[in-house]
Ligand binder design. Structure first.
Ligand SMILES: [Zn+2]
Length: 190
């Protein structure tokens, strides 16, 4: 069995977060967003802020209490997305450091918006979809974003296309994922 390298602990004003228990080398898979892929409208609204996007309008809900459930955002993250569901460390992580990734590298829905006060020097203050990132930031992340965001634009007839996603999104008054500010990501929200 793999050595335990992560723990869930309070992360200041943002509720709980995921922290390193030991030094974790760069390139380590730390979280895998498992679970069944579902349409956003099949997921109860109170779970939206916990969802991880795996396609346009397609999401997985991490198991309650899992590391995926608690993984917080940072505008200067030390982890990134690899492929469709994995989170890997971008650099070596020291014991006690909080693990974070940039939510914008996961979200394809343009209606998404979340306030951010992650404290990073380059904090964007408002987190939007991947398409809201400036070109320099997108270039910095390169292929370290959700795989579906890098796929060629689906044709208009195809299901789950970006344009369709915008239409579906308009049916909702709030974001399907992590609508609240960072402070909303606490156990009490459950
Ligand atoms: Zn930030």
């Amino acid at each position: 069995m793999r050595r335990r390298i992560l723990r869930i602990s309070p992360a200041g004003g943002k509720g709980d977060g995921v922290f390193a228990l030991a030094e974790i080398p760069a390139g380590t898979v730390v979280v895998n967003f498992g679970g069944k892929e579902r349409w956003i409208w099949d997921i109860p609204k109170h779970l939206w802020k916990r969802c991880f996007q795996v396609g346009y309008d397609r999401y997985v809900v991490p198991s309650r209490g899992s590391f995926g459930w608690y993984l917080n955002h940072s505008c200067e993250p030390n982890c990134a997305i690899r492929g469709e569901r994995q989170i890997v460390t971008l650099r070596s992580i020291l014991p006690g450091e909080e693990l974070t990734f940039d939510y914008s590298t996961n979200v394809g829905w343009n209606g998404y918006s979340m306030d951010c006060s992650c404290g990073a020097r380059a904090c964007r203050e408002s987190i939007g979809s991947y398409w809201s990132l400036d070109e320099g930031t997108r270039r910095k992340y390169g292929r370290s974003v959700s795989a579906y965001l890098l796929a060629p634009e689906p044709d208009e007839k195809g299901s789950g296309g970006r344009s369709q996603s915008r239409g579906a999104a308009a049916r909702y008054s709030s974001s399907p994922r992590r609508t609240a500010t960072r402070t909303g990501r606490s156990r009490s929200a459950d």
